[in-house]
Write a protein that binds this ligand. Sequence first.
Ligand code: DMJ
Length: 578
Amino acid sequence: MAALFRRPTRLLTVVAAIVVLYILVIFIPKPPEELYGFQYFRSSFDWSTLTERNPVAKLTPLPRGSPKRLPKFQHNFASDKAPSRERLDLLESRRTEIRGAFVKSWNSYKKYAWMYDELTPVSGEGKDTLGGWAATLVDSLDTLWIMELRDEFRHAAAAAVTLDWSKTKETACNFFETTIRHLGGLLSAYDLSKEAALLEKAIELGDMLYSAYDTDNRMPPFFLDFDLAKEGLLVPGVHDPSAAVTSSGLEFTRLAQLTGQDKYYDAIDRVARVLDQTQNSTKLPGMWPTFLNMRNLDFSGQRGFTLGALADSLYEYLPKMYAITGGLEPMYEKMYRDAMDAVTKHLLFRPMTPGQDDILFTGSVYVSSQDGPELDTEGQHLGCFVGGMFGLGGKLFNIPEHTKIAEKIARGCAWAYNAFSTGIMPETFTLFPCPSLEPCPWDEVYWEGTADRRLPKGFKNTMDPKYILRPEAIESIFFMYRMTGNPEYQEIAWGMFQSIKKATETKLAFSAISDVMVAKAGDTEKTDSMESFWTSETLKYFYLIFSPPDLIDLDKYVLNTEAHPFLRPSARGFFTYT
Ligand code: DMJ
C-alpha cells in the first residue's frame, strides 16, 4: 500500500479503474434475463431483501380451509330463452363499436405516449402522473386480454415485464393508486393469461408496496417514500383519506394466495382488524370517518362520513374481501352489515323528481354536536359504485332488501345521466330529497325558486360539472345486468356509451370534458386528459355488459376497485404459484 502512494501514477490508474468499474456497474443497463418466454428485466432494487424495522412476531395466515359454497351472484342465464339471431348480432355490433373505442385509445397511447402513464388525448403527448411506470399500459393488460386483442396483449406484457420499480423521477409513490392500478393490473393479467412473468413482476412490486406496512403500528402511510421506507422511517398519516389507507385487501390477499406467502395477507388483515374494532365507536357507528388518523387509530373525533370520494373502496372491499377469502373470514360480513345499516338509515335518500322515479342516492353526513347526523344530499359520480356493492352484498349475505336498493341506486345514476343535455352525469351535484324513501310529489314552484335554473329539473346545483371518463355508473349497471339478467340494463348501457362517445371523442382518443351541461354533445370543452381507468374500467364494463355472461363470470372472479378481475377460490381450493 505504502508503495502505491509513493507512485502517484499507479495510484491514479487504480482510482481510474475503480471509477470505470463503478460506471459500468451503475450505468450500463443489465441485459434482460430470459424468463418464462419473456425478455425480463428485474428491478434494480429487490425490496424483499430489506430488513424490517418493525417486524411482525407472528404472521396471521391466509385463511386456508375449504372455501364456503357462497350464494350465486349472477342470474341463471341458462334458464332464459336463448336470444334471437338479431339480438346476438346487435350485441356483437355493440361490442365491436366499444372495442373500436378501446383500440383507438390504445393505438394513440402506443403512438404518442408509449411507456408514459397517460396519453394526452388532444395534444397527443405522453405524461407521467403516477411514478412513470406506464400506468395506462399496466392498467389495460386485462382489457386487451378480455377483448381478445391477444397480439397486443403479448406486446404490452413484454413491455410490462421490463418495468423497474426503482426507476422513477419521484421520491415517493401513491400507495393506493399503485396498488389498485399496477399491482391489480398485473395480478389480473396473470390470472387471465397465466403468464408467469407477469406474476414475477407483480411480486417485485408487491414487495415494494409491502414495505409501506413497516411502521410502528403496521399501518401504511398515504405516500410510500422510498428512502424513508429503506431506512424503516415511515410513519402513518394523521389525516388520510380512509379508502387510500384501508383498501388494499384484495390485491394483497390475491398476492398471498398466488405466492403462498402469508406476510401479504397479514399486512392487510391488521388494517381490517383495526376497522373491525373501531366500527362502532365513531360519531356515526357502523361507518368510519372520511379521514382517518392512522397514527393513533382514534377515529372517534371526526365528523364527516360518505361512500363517495376518499372513502369509497373501503366499503366496496367489504363484500369483495368476503368473496376472495372464500367466506372464511367472517369479520367482513359483520362489517358490511353494520356499515350498510348505517348507510340505509342515514345516507340513503330518494330525490324529488318530476317523474317521481323509483330511484335512490347516497349523500354524505356531517355529525354535529347539537343536531346529530345531518344529511347533505350531494350526489357524486364516484358514489355510483354503491349499486354494485349493495347488489354483491345482498346476494352474498342473502339480504333481498339490499338487492332492491342496489337496483334503485343504479337506476338513479342512469336517471342522472339521462337528465343532462350531453347524456352524462356531472362529477358532483345536489338534489332535493323526499321526506322518506317513499315517492313524493314533484313541487315545480319550490324547484324553480331554489334551484340553479341552468340545471335539469330535480337538480339543485352542481359544484363540479365535469366528466372525467369515470366508470362508476356503468359499473353498477353492469353489475345489475349480471345480477338480474334484465336486458333493459343493456339498453341503458348503450345509451350511456353513445352519449360518452359523442361528448368525449377527440381525433386521437377520448378526453375528459369540463362541463356536461353544454347544449350540444359535440360542443364540449375537452380538457386533454385520459386517465388509465378509461381503458381499464369504463370501456371494460361497457364491453362486458354486451358479452356472454360467462366472460368474467362474477361467481368466479372478484373485481378490484380498478375493475381488475381476480380469480376467486373455488371448491377446488386455492390457486397457488408454482
Ligand atoms: C378508479 O381509479 C377507481 O375506481 C377508484 O376506486 C376510484 N376512482 C377511479 C375511477 O373513477
